[in-house]
Ligand binder design. Structure first.
Ligand code: XUL
Ligand code: CO
Length: 452
């Protein structure tokens, strides 16, 4: 066991909310005419849209790793972010202080949820036992902060990609010893998530893939990953954690190829290894576009399999080929996302987690607020527009008409699973040359623009 002094593991009993952002008030809703950059123009948390408040629909979460640990480095330069509250040390006290600052941030923005990796909230110790102890210390602080503020954990996860031991992967490592270490780390992260009442638990396999096939036994690695997930399912049941597991697809970066490359690949994996009932997907915009898909495509694939669990809200840059994790500000994008979310009945355990970071040049703490305000307002508009499009009903009617031949005669027979090729032939001979209709794409796009 580690000899970390237990006094440090006790959270501060007096608990005083820090004032890391003294010049930032609680962000108010001031409406579209406001010119105050520290106010919401569209996100009015209690305003009811389609029978639910905006806050209930959108379920915004702050990402601990970006807000508190994002130094804003890029592949060519070191971090620029100013974090005056952070002493830069790996001490437990510093980690606990950060947690207080984070909750001040959540509170001022009115973010109801948050997400973390184990190693964002607590430092890595000299060995696994000490790392676990440090994590316990911060989890206690977070538990207190949640109780005081009513904020909730949307999901937790384990960081199986930063430490050099994971250079070949965690659950797909060529080393069984590393695999065991990864299992131990996930076990602890699951316990932490459960203790904090987490609504879900995410697996993002950043290094679960390969750099080159020359040194990789892909079949074996995928089977190891499936066994890993089955062990996690068993442990989840053992501790009574009832939230869903999410897989977050991404095609590459840092690997050349990640096994969870896109929604279809994830669903195939889950079906192949009999894991479907335990997992949903956490779809991230910039990962979708890196995979060569639109965000809407990935959401539709997940929703089609009844596996749309949660969303990592961000966007990429058309001109930059890596995961830039920018804040979502494009109303067209947020409208498409909210159309898909509303279509499948809204979030249950999931939400919109801002897995997004400021640009390296936006290095002041106040920029954290501008960034999130913009993302929240963009999604509030997306929600309202998506609802208006659905209320209007014209789009739905166009789709209904487009597929109307499936509602009767041979179409209905096929859908009921009662048709054979003999039936199709008999019908086609009698029916003659089929009449085809215009897809009306431009007309539909014009219709959508009426709402923007
Ligand atoms: C990395 C990424 C992660 C996951 C959680 O691209 O999106 O932050 O969301 O591990
Ligand atoms: Co993410």
């Amino acid at each position: 066991m580690s000899s970390y002094p237990t006094a440090f593991l006790r959270p501060n009993p007096t608990f005083i909310m820090s004032e890391a952002f003294p010049n930032v008030p609680k962000i108010p809703y001031e409406g579209p005419k406001s010119r105050n950059p520290l106010a919401f123009k569209h996100y009015n948390r209690d305003e009811v849209v389609a029978g639910k408040s905006m806050a209930e629909h959108l379920r915004f979460a702050g990402a601990y790793w970006h807000v508190m640990r994002g130094e804003l480095s890029d592949p060519f330069g070191k971090g620029t972010a100013l974090m005056p509250w952070d002493d830069g040390s790996n001490s437990l006290e510093n980690a606990q202080k950060r947690a207080h600052v984070f909750f001040e941030f959540l509170d001022k923005l009115g973010l109801d949820y948050y997400c973390f990796h184990d190693r964002d909230i607590a430092p890595e110790g000299k060995d696994l036992a000490e790392s676990n102890q440090l994590l316990d210390g911060v989890v206690e602080t977070l538990q207190q902060l949640q109780q005081q503020t009513g904020k909730k954990l949307l999901w937790g996860t384990a960081c199986l990609f930063t430490h050099p031991r994971y250079m070949h992967g965690g659950a797909t490592s060529c080393s069984a010893d590393v695999y065991a270490y990864a299992g131990a780390q996930v076990k602890k992260a699951l316990e932490a998530t459960h203790k904090l009442g987490g609504l879900g638990y995410t697996f993002w396999g950043g290094r679960e893939g390969y750099a080159t096939l020359w040194n990789t036994d892909m079949k074996r690695e995928r089977e190891h990953l499936a066994r890993f997930f089955h062990m996690c399912v068993a442990y989840k049941k053992e501790i009574g954690f009832t939230g869903p597991f999410y897989i977050e697809p991404k095609p590459q970066e840092p690997t050349t190829h990640q096994y969870d490359s896109d929604a279809e690949a994830c669903l195939n994996f889950l079906r192949e290894f009999d894991l479907m009932e335990h997992f949903k997907l956490n779809i991230e915009t910039n990962h979708a576009t890196l995979a060569g898909h639109s965000m809407r495509h990935e959401l539709a694939v997940a929703a089609g399999a009844d596996a749309l669990g949660s969303i990592d809200a961000n966007r990429g840059d058309l001109l930059v080929g890596w995961d830039t994790d920018q804040f979502p500000t494009d109303i067209y994008l947020t409208t498409e996302v909210m159309l898909e979310v509303l279509k499948c009945g809204g979030f249950t355990t999931g939400g919109l987690n801002f897995d997004a970071k400021r640009r390296r040049e936006s290095f002041e703490p106040i920029d954290l607020f501008y960034a999130h305000i913009g993302g929240m307002d963009a999604f509030a508009r997306g929600l309202k527009i998506a609802h208006a499009i659905r209320e209007d009903g014209r789009l739905e009617e166009i789709l209904k008409q487009r597929y109307s031949t499936w509602d009767s005669a041979i179409g209905a027979k096929v859908e009921r699973g009662e048709a054979t090729l003999h039936d199709l032939e008999a019908y086609a001979l009698k029916n003659g040359e089929p009449k085809v209709q215009s897809g009306r794409q431009e007309m539909i796009e014009n219709l959508i623009n009426e709402y923007l």
